[in-house]
Design a protein around this ligand. Structure first.
Ligand code: F6R
Length: 357
């Protein structure tokens, strides 16, 4: 039940710190190590390449998952849109593992791929919020995201939960493979949960940003680089689906190759800069759009912030910034939709789970 909340989406956004703490508890062993099924550990560790298959928001979590698994566990990963993979399968490696990411566990596009790769004899793992779901029952292995029921059509807590589980999985795999690891995901996720609360407790600031930037805009750009780029894609999807503002998540460095032509006087551009390697490059990209009239809103992180930044998130580990930086985007989308009189929990043309191809 949504209790005193006006919308499920707002309730689910607020639940995220608790979801992350719940995941920490569920994946922690008595000796504080990671608790994971030995079979799952084996399956991931023995794969020569991982194929992540998902749709929509879960696909965006999969893009972050690729970064985590490659950087932490040193396994090559490809992330694919399920409906594309289904009819256009790339050449596969010798010992692939397929990971399906799905909140509902019922997405038909992903199921189509699952059925096909099982026929080929490949190993399959589903990361889902609904353990009894079709994708969970039909895959060999399941990891549970423990986010609790997600009712709002726009996915929020399922996304952050998926990324948390992927981070845990990546570190567990790295440790099982004997890789040196100074990143403790269970501890770092605790810091993430606290950082998330800073935003869920300061909604007035984000409501103000939504009102200021998005009350009358026709479109909006989200730009970022590397991990931040993936979060920008998710921020843009959230804004599109509930506020119907045309939005695009873009790689900061790619704008000048065409898309910058769309920037006009007053076009809102939300910039995200949390990654040490590229935050200065992104600031350069922001200057380029500002010079063409864009109305900039910078989201940065403590340590890399500058005076004019609208939103500064608390410092969290480089690998986990998406779990925190997406929250201001979720809230900005929520308030933009609200101000524009949209039906936040049930946006037009959309269903919660997409069981047709
Ligand atoms: C966006 C959204 C959708 C889903 C997508 C996949 O807010 O909810 O993009 O993420 O339909 O659904 P699942 O994760 O259930 O497979």
């Amino acid at each position: 039940e949504k209790g005193t909340y006006p919308h499920y989406m707002l309730k689910e956004i607020d639940e995220q710190p608790f979801v992350i703490r719940n995941i920490i508890t569920k994946y922690k062993d008595e000796d504080d190590s990671i608790k994971l099924d030995e079979e799952v550990r084996q399956a991931v560790q023995s794969a020569d390449r991982i194929y992540i298959i998902a749709a929509g928001t879960s696909y965006h979590a999969g893009l972050v998952g690729k970064e985590l698994l490659e950087k932490i566990a040193n396994i090559p990963v490809e992330t694919h849109i399920a409906s594309e993979f289904l009819y256009n399968m790339p050449l596969l490696s010798k010992k692939p593992l397929f990971i399906f990411i799905s909140q509902s566990g019922e997405t038909a596009d992903s199921r189509g791929v699952l059925v096909n790769v099982k026929k080929l004899g490949h190993q399959t793992l589903t990361i889902t919020n609904v353990p009894g779901s079709t994708l969970s029952r039909e895959a060999e292995y399941t990891l549970h995201t423990y986010a609790g029921p997600e009712i709002a059509v726009a996915s929020t807590k399922a996304y952050t939960a998926q990324m948390a589980v992927l981070a845990i999985l990546a570190v567990d795999t790295a440790r099982a493979s004997g890789l040196e690891m100074d990143f403790d995901p269970l501890q770092e996720l605790g810091i993430v949960a606290n950082a998330m609360e800073i935003f869920t407790e300061q909604k007035d600031v984000l409501e103000e940003v939504a009102r200021d930037y998005l009350s009358v805009s026709r479109n909006c750009f989200f730009i970022g680089r590397s991990m931040d780029y993936h979060v920008c894609m998710e921020g843009a999807l959230k804004l599109k689906e509930i506020s119907y503002i045309q939005a695009e998540g873009f790689a900061g460095g790619e704008l000048k190759h065409g898309t910058i032509a769309l920037i006009e006087e007053g076009t809102p551009v939300i910039g995200l800069a949390t990654q040490e390697k590229v935050h200065l490059n992104l600031r350069g990209n922001m200057k380029e759009v500002v010079a063409r009239g864009a109305y900039p809103c910078m989201i940065s992180m403590e340590g890399f912030q500058e005076d004019d930044d609208k939103i500064v998130m608390p410092k969290v580990h480089d690998y986990l910034t998406p779990l925190v930086s997406v929250i201001p985007m979720q809230l900005i989308s929520y308030y933009a939709a609200l101000h524009r009189g949209c039906d936040v929990d049930k946006p037009r043309n959309l269903a919660k789970s997409v069981t047709v191809e």
